[in-house]
Design a protein around this ligand. Sequence first.
Ligand code: PRP
Length: 184
Amino acid sequence: MRSEMENDILKVLVTEEELKTRVDQLGEILFEKFQGKNPLFLGVLKGSFVFMADLVRACQVKSDVEFIAVSSYQNATVSSGRVQITRDLQQDITGRHLIIVEDILDSGNTLAFLKEYFLAKGASSITLVTLLDKPSRRTKHITADLAGFTVPDEFVVGYGLDYAQQYRNIPYIGVLKPEVYAGN
Ligand code: PRP
C-alpha cells in the first residue's frame, strides 16, 4: 500500500501481524471472563478507535459499545495532568460491567481519572484494557488488567495513536522520527 507517512517513521515497533495475533488473544481472554455478563465495551476516544473496532470483533460476547472522549495532551507530547471530558457518556452505566478500552497507558492520568468517574456513575466492575503500556512514564498508581504490549519511552504512532492528530491511520505501531516533533 502506498503511504504518505512512511518517511516520518523511524522504525516499526509492532507489526500488523503482531497486532492481529495479540488482539485475538485479548479477545479470547475477555470472552472467558465476560461470557454471559453482557459487558459494555467503553472506548476512550480518539486514540482507541482502531483497537476498539478490532477488539470487539475478536470477542464474540453479547455486549454493547459506548465511547467517551477525553483530552489531556492538547497537542503536546507530555500530559498536562488535567483530564477534560470532551464527549460524555450517552447512556446510564449503573450496574454495568465495563471493559475500558485504551490505546496507551502512559502517565496514568487519564485512566486514574476515568476509573473514579465510572465508579461514581455506578459501574459494577471495571476492567482496564490497554493496547500499549508505557510503565516507565507512570506517575499515577494504576495498572491495566490487560495490556497488549509493553513499549519503551519512545514517541509511538499508528493504529489509532497520533502526533498532533495525524498518523492515526498507519496500520502498525511505529516510532516517529525525532525531527518530526522537534521544537515541541
Ligand atoms: C492519549 C491516549 C490516552 C492517554 C494516555 O490520549 O489515548 O487516552 O493519552 O496517557 P496518560 O496515561 O498519560 O493519561 P490524548 O489525550 O492524546 O487524546 P487522543 O486519544 O484523542 O489522542
